[in-house]
Design a protein around this ligand. Sequence first.
Ligand code: ADP
Ligand code: MG
Ligand code: ZN
Length: 480
Amino acid sequence: MNSKYEAVIGLEVHVQLLTDTKTFCGCPNKFGNDPNTNVCPVCMGHPGVLPVLNKKVVEFAILLGLATNCKINEKSIFARKNYFYPDLPKGWQTSQFELPICEHGYLDVTKADGTTKRLGITRIHMEEDAGKLIHDQGPSSLVDLNRCGTPLLEIVSEPDMRDAEDAYSYLTQLKQIVTYLGVCDGNMEEGSLRCDANVSIRLKGETELGTKTEVKNMNSFKNVQKAIDVEIERQIDIVEDDGKIVQQTLLWDADLNEVKPMRSKEESHDYRYFPEPDLMPVVVDEKWKAQIADTMPELPIARKNRFIDEYNLPVQDAELLTSERELADYYETILHDTKDYKSASNWVMGDILKEINERKISPVDFPVSPANIAKLINLINDGTISSKIAKEIFPDMLEGDKDPKKIVETKGLVQISDTSLLEEVIGNIIDNNPAQVKQYLEGKDKVIGFFVGQVMKETKGKANPGVVNKMLKEKLDELK
Ligand code: ADP
Ligand code: MG
Ligand code: ZN
C-alpha cells in the first residue's frame, strides 16, 4: 500500500438469530424446508395483519449488547424501511432507525504484535430478513418467502479500522461472541453471518473522512480481508490518477479477485424511514436487563485469560482452545479426570482437532469422550504406556469410544519398565553394533539415540524410554 495514504474501514455485520420462531409471527425460523411452507399472513405481508414481537429476539439483542460493552437503551423503537423488491411483499423491512436497542459499544482486539486496539460499535439494532429469489429454475424467477421475517441483529461499527487485519480480528471476535452466546451459529459460508465492508482512504494525518464505498458479497472472513485490500488499492489508484472516488455499492467477485459496481449508493432518506405504527416501543427495565445479564456465559477473552492463569497454558494454546465454545468445553471436561493441563491441551490441539477438522464435525460429536482422553493421559503419566503407544492406540479409541486401558490390556501393550526384561535386549543391541559403540566411546554422546531407537524397535515401542536411556548409559559407560 502506498504509504502516503491510510485506509478507514467500518463494518456492518448481520447475524441471523437462532430463535425457534420468526420476529413478528409464530412461523418456524427454519431453513431447508420446501419453499413457502414456513409462512403465514403476517410474514407474507398481507394487508391488515398485526405483528407481535418475539421476546427472544429482544433478549438476544440485549445479551449481545451487554457482551459487546454497549449501552442498552431503556426505550427503543421499530421503524419501517420502505423499498420495493419482489422478495419483500410488505413493501418495507421492519427495522430500527433512530432509536436502536444498543449503542456505544466496543470490542478490544489483539494485534499481531500483541498490543490491544479498541474498535467502537456504533449501534446494534433488531430487524427482519426478506425472502429469497430463485433464479435457476427455468425462464422466470421464483419467490420463496420462508426467510421473510427471520430475526436479524445488525451490528454497525465505528469507522475505527485501519486495515484488513483489523477487520479480520473484529469479525473473528464478534463471531466468537455470538456463538458463545448461542444467538447465532456464525456460519458465514451459509449466510447466517454476513458482513459488508465500508472503505475509504485519506492522506495520512488527514482527520476528515474520505468518500466511502460499500463492498458486499463476501462469504468468508478471508474474502472480507481480500476484498478490503483490493478496494483500498483500487481507491488509491483512482486518487493517484487525479480521479474522484464515487460513493457506491460494490460486489466482491471471489473468482476474479475484484470488485464490481452494483448500484449507486442510496441515502437513508430514500427509504423514507418512519416509526412503525403497529408496534409499541420496546422498553427494557433494569430488572429484565439484570436477569439477562445473569445468563451471560463466560466470554471468549475472559475464558482465554482464565486458561492462561488457571492452567498455565501458553497464549497460543489458550487462544486455540477457546476459539470455539464447544472445544473449550471439551478441553475442560478432560480436566475433570486429569490435572495434566498441558498434555490435555496437546492432545486436543493435535490429534483431536485434526480428526474434528477432517471429519468436519463439532467437538460435541467427537467420538471419544473427554473421560477416555483423560484416562489415556493418565496411563502415560503413571508409566503404563509410552506416548508412542498412546498415539498408536488413539485410532482404536476413535472406533466407538473404547476405554484405552482395555485396549492396552487386550493388545498386551503395557510398557516394559522392568530392567531384568530389558537387560537382554540392550545387551544384544550393544553386542551387534560395535561401530556405534566405538563412536559413543569416542565421545559422540548423540549416538545414544540410535541405541534407544533400536531397543524401541526390538520391543515394538513398549520399552519405557526413560528406563532404556538410563540403562544404556550405564552399560556403555562400563565399557569405557
Ligand atoms: P450509510 O448510511 O451509508 O449506511 P452509515 O453512516 O450508516 O452509512 O455507516 C455505515 C458504516 O460505514 C459504519 O460501519 C461506519 O463506521 C462506516 N463508515 C462511515 N463513513 C465511513 C468512511 N468515510 N469510511 C469508511 N467507513 C465509513
Ligand atoms: Mg448503514
Ligand atoms: Zn409467519
